[in-house]
Design a protein around this ligand. Structure first.
Ligand SMILES: Cc1cc2nc3c(=O)[nH]c(=O)nc-3n(C[C@H](O)[C@H](O)[C@H](O)COP(=O)(O)OP(=O)(O)OC[C@H]3O[C@@H](n4cnc5c(N)ncnc54)[C@H](O)[C@@H]3O)c2cc1C
Length: 509
């Protein structure tokens, strides 16, 4: 690897976001770019999450790139190994390998106002880039709670996103902490094999049936022979979800009907009224992500499972102790406790034009412009940035909208010509966030009576997009230059100048 490499674009991360950006760059005719990845392979989420039962919870034909349809999806909700293989395939087919730089964890990157570029230090060498596209993922850095006594636990301890495959759970007593999307996939997968499963549930989840089945050979042949059928299938899956959005964003009361279905789903599998009471949420369905499973409730009803309706509070030797005082002796603790989402770990490593980090700039909460850029961080954009998450549909739709924005951003830089950078105007950022937060007030995520990882420490929802994916697509089709300050490279020794300053100086001259 070169000691120092300068590129036009540095993409960080090689999950759906980073690989999608790389494909789009090539399609725009840009080949002067690298993809910096801290791990030793592509896949992001689908490389790191290898826990038993790991699968997508949005149907595969929608949870994949529109430009890389896959007629071979084996199931309606395919497993982790198939999604990872799909991403490897994308890297191969779109010839991304020469651009990938593995073992390059970005440690720090700083805006160089003289050169109008980003100086990037990684664990695998230094780089500089005119533009940075940060696709480090919203669910990439596992969150481990600080539990007193955990250090002294003699057994195995690991997070769902870093499953310890050397540890054999068969015949063991296992504590599962958390009831989120990962936990509800893990529980039914390990329950038949473990001696005892103790589930620590701080808040119960609403769980709906998952219409999961193998995609038959004839169906796959049809998709292969007639590619428009894959598109049609994708279109239907998208349309159904798009129609649901209004209930989440404007009329949460309509979700009451869905709540009844979820209760029926539970009642079918859980006959014990005391257990049903423990598992019934006290908030509006949709406030937290609605989880899909046909096997979670039946697993909880098995005799080797104990549901503790309380969070894990302490560990004493091999005894795990819940906040309500319940104790259990276990051999292993698995944390399904989610990720650092609203904190965005990468933000601490990005140093902007005024010497402050992005984390400092966002100390009162993440604030982006159209989910992509941030004021004071010129030519930096992020994929799945603030308020781009979805409660009910595929994140790939949002990623592809952001790739449109990225492509237009790069085109605008070309049109402006010379060494140039765009910096989001604070006024534009404020206006965008004001609109988003106003719309957020009526949503189920803000009114449904739950606390969730969608909300930051100030209770502000900086995670979810309060609209349809079509609205986001329209909002990110083009870069509005009025929302940006245009920075031009200074002459030697001078400070960076804005377009207005240059025009004023020229007028004076
Ligand atoms: C278990 C699980 C299931 C999910 N299921 C669904 C689903 O069904 N539907 C859906 O829409 N969404 C789902 N998601 C959300 C999922 O995260 C997104 O859909 C999508 O995969 C995110 O892609 P990404 O490229 O933005 O991030 P990631 O896939 O997280 O990739 C980020 C990459 O950046 C790298 N990276 C991070 N920091 C650095 C650094 N400092 N330097 C260099 N590299 C770095 C990471 O190693 C990683 O490879 C799921 C998430 C999880 C965890």
């Amino acid at each position: 690897m070169a000691e120092h490499e300068h590129v036009r674009v540095a993409v960080i991360g090689s999950g759906f976001g980073g690989l999608g950006a790389a494909v789009r760059l090539r399609r725009e005719g840009i080949t002067d770019f690298v993809v910096l990845e801290r791990a030793d392979g592509v896949g992001g989420t689908w490389r790191d999450n290898t826990y038993p039962g790991c699968a997508c919870d949005v149907p595969s034909h929608l949870y994949s790139f529109s430009f890389a349809p896959n007629p071979e999806w084996p199931r309606t909700f395919s497993g982790q190994e198939h999604i990872r293989a799909y991403l490897e395939h994308v890297a191969e087919v779109f010839r991304l390998r020469p651009h990938l730089r593995f073992g390059c964890e970005v440690k720090r990157m700083a805006w160089n106002a003289q050169q109008l570029r980003w100086d990037i230090e990684t664990s695998g060498g230094s780089f500089s880039a005119d533009v940075v596209v940060s696709a480090t993922g919203p669910l990439s850095d596992p969150k481990m709670p600080d539990i007193p006594g955990l250090d002294s636990f003699p057994g195995a301890v690991f997070h769902s996103a870093r499953w310890d495959h050397d540890y054999d759970v068969r015949g063991k007593r296992v504590a599962m902490v958390g009831t989120g999307a990962s936990a509800i996939q893990i529980v039914p997968s390990i329950q038949p094999d473990v001696a005892k499963l103790v589930l620590f549930q701080r808040t119960p989840a609403w769980v709906m049936p998952r219409v999961d089945r193998a995609i038959s050979g004839p169906e796959r042949s049809l998709h292969r022979a007639l590619p428009f059928t894959t598109k049609l299938r994708r279109g239907l899956l998208w349309g159904i979800r798009e129609l649901q959005v209004q209930a989440f964003t404007k009329r949460p009361n309509e979700l009451g009907f869905v709540e009844q279905l979820a209760k029926y789903n539970m009642a079918r599998a859980v006959k014990d009224p005391a257990l049903r009471a423990k598992l019934t949420p006290d908030y509006r369905i949709g406030c937290k992500r609605i989880l899909l499973s046909n096997t979670y409730y039946p697993a909880l009803a098995r005799p080797n499972v104990d549901v503790v309706a309380s969070g894990l509070a302490e560990v004493r030797g091999s005894t795990v102790v819940a906040a309500d005082g319940t104790e259990a002796e276990v051999d292993a603790i698995v944390f399904g406790t989610g990720f650092h989402v609203t904190g965005m770990p990468m933000a601490e490593r990005v140093v902007g034009a005024d010497g402050r980090t992005l984390a400092e700039s966002w100390s009162e909460g993440m604030k982006g412009l159209r989910g992509a850029t941030a004021s004071g961080f010129p030519n930096w954009m992020t994929i799945i940035g603030p308020n781009t998450g979805l409660g009910n549909s595929s994140m790939i739709l949002m990623i592809e909208s952001q790739l449109n924005y990225m492509a237009d951003y790069l085109r605008q830089l070309d049109v402006l010509g010379g060494r140039v950078a765009l910096d989001a105007r604070p006024r534009a950022v404020e206006a965008w966030n004001h609109t988003v937060q106003e719309r957020m007030k009526r949503t189920v995520w803000n009114t449904g009576g739950c606390t969730s990882w969608y909300l930051d420490a100030n209770g502000r929802n900086t995670t979810v997009w309060p609209g349809t994916t079509t609205e986001f697509r329209n909002a990110t089709r083009r870069v509005d230059l009025g929302e940006y300050e245009v920075l031009r490279a200074p002459r030697a020794g001078a400070a960076a100048a804005t377009e207005e300053q240059i025009a004023a100086a020229e007028a004076r001259a």
